[in-house]
Ligand binder design. Structure first.
Ligand code: ADP
Ligand code: MG
Length: 243
């Protein structure tokens, strides 16, 4: 469960979610309903006011108290399990694609350079960017940059990947390359949570869809069932407005 307010305004009103290993969950809902805040609370990029998050062997509880240095140390351990990908690819512009992918394993995990490079090249191969290893981010298409960002997150061997509108800045054809990578990761058993406006992807690729509105999960379930016959009138209204 997570609750979070900004300046007294409750943005997350007690959102609970248990994720199975290997699940691909899509979170949909209107702008401003708290999707990004929820995702960011999961790895403590935002600090929830109340509630708890458990990922693997790390649990952090919040009861409205001050955020302490020891909490930050726990958050650091928790983040080691989580890879995050944003709408704006956030690659380091002055480093090659290969360096972008190698950097964190070398600096944070002290992986030897040769090993970090071998693993980075494997990941670039996996996301279809083997030929782009020596290029700088600005010379890549948006879809290629986003795939590089995914490879960079994977390089830290996360247990769960979080994506905040990973394809919203991309043209549809290019978005498809990114979604294909996410489908392949799902096939490999990666646990993934995706905030998306791409209803086709949410329906076709997810194991579960969550509909959020007003800081709560209004409805969740099997994508086909939910898109075909939403139970809640709010979900129905939202889907009707966008489909
Ligand atoms: P979504 O991702 O669903 O569009 P957000 O999680 O970004 O929604 O935002 C939820 C609500 O919280 C919005 O009303 C937004 O204005 C507010 N909000 C988000 N971040 C902040 C912040 N750092 N400070 C104050 N209000 C914020
Ligand atoms: Mg958002």
């Amino acid at each position: 469960m997570i609750a979070k307010a900004y300046d007294g305004l409750e943005v997350l009103k007690g959102v609970s979610l248990a994720v199975e290993q290997g699940e691909l969950i899509s979170i949909i809902g209107p702008s401003g309903c708290g999707k990004s805040t929820f995702l960011r609370c999961l790895n403590f990029l935002e600090i929830p006011d109340r509630g708890s998050v458990t990922i693997k062997d790390v649990t952090i509880r919040r009861d409205g108290g001050r955020w302490r240095r020891s909490d930050e140390a726990q958050a650091h351990r928790l983040r080691a399990h989580v890879g995050m990908v944003f709408q704006s690819f956030n690659l380091f512009p002055h480093r090659t694609v290969l360096d972008n992918v190698m950097l964190a394993p070398r600096k944070v995990k002290h992986v030897p350079t040769a090993q970090a490079e071998a693993e980075a090249r494997d990941l670039l191969e996996k996301v279809g960017l083997a030929a782009m290893a020596g290029r700088y981010p600005a010379t890549l298409s948006g879809g290629q940059q986003q795939r590089a960002a995914i490879a960079r997150a994977l390089a830290m061997q996360p247990d769960v990947m979080l994506y905040d509108e990973p394809t919203s800045a991309l043209d549809p054809e290019v978005a498809e390359e990114v979604l294909a990578v996410m489908r392949a990761l799902d096939h490999d058993g990666m646990t993934q949570i995706v905030v998306t406006h791409d209803m086709r992807f949410a329906r076709a690729a997810s194991d579960r869809v969550l509909y959020m509105e007003g800081g709560t999960i209004v409805e969740q379930g099997d994508p086909d069932l939910m898109f075909a016959d939403p139970r809640d009138t709010r979900t129905r209204r939202f889907l009707r407005s966008i489909l």
